[in-house]
Design a protein around this ligand. Structure first.
Ligand code: RP5
Length: 163
């Protein structure tokens, strides 16, 4: 099932791709058009700014930003768009991702970033689908099916015992 909904995925480094992949795959399962770019708030600030402005003009409705360490990418995206921004902190080898979580979630008042768990790519994608389902009835329907299937899978593995 295809939809006109469009999400931009940014990651601070190609080393974030392994985490981002499950989010990208989830969005594609819902038939959402995904534009994926490696852009950094620190290493390519000018190109990041240009991309965000153009993406919004070209129809991106939600941004998802993956970044680790001093993770300023989601904040930098939110500073340059009025579209919703979801931040995914990436786990690091030294500090375990807590530094990225705090860098992503502690936004100043007026510039929100909806921050999911460390490496929470799938939930970021599902949150984006939930936002888009307000506009696209086909996504609303598919989300309901997704939740029903999740419930069935859990109950099949863990049947509720009756007295
Ligand atoms: C962040 O620094 C990236 O988002 C990545 O998570 C981390 C490490 O980047 P690399 O040194 O692997 O390129 O900006």
């Amino acid at each position: 099932m295809k939809t006109q909904a469009k999400v931009s995925i940014l990651m601070g480094s190609d080393s974030d791709f392994d985490v981002a992949k499950s989010g990208i795959d989830t969005l594609k399962e819902f038939g959402i058009k995904v534009d994926v770019k490696v852009l950094s708030a620190h290493r390519t600030p000018i190109q990041t700014h240009e991309y965000i402005v153009n993406a919004e003009k070209e129809g991106t409705e939600v941004f998802i930003a993956f970044a680790g360490k001093a993770a300023h990418l989601a904040g930098a995206v939110a500073a340059n768009t009025i579209r919703p921004v979801i931040g995914v902190p990436i786990k690091s080898s030294h500090l375990g991702g807590l530094e990225a979580l705090l860098s992503t979630v502690e936004m100043p008042s007026g510039v929100p970033v909806a921050t999911v768990a460390i490496n929470g790519a799938k939930n970021a994608a599902l949150l984006a689908v939930q936002m888009l389902s307000l506009k696209y009835p086909e996504l609303d329907k598919k989300l309901k099916e997704y939740k029903e299937n999740m419930e069935k899978t859990v109950l099949a593995k863990n049947p509720i015992m009756e007295d």
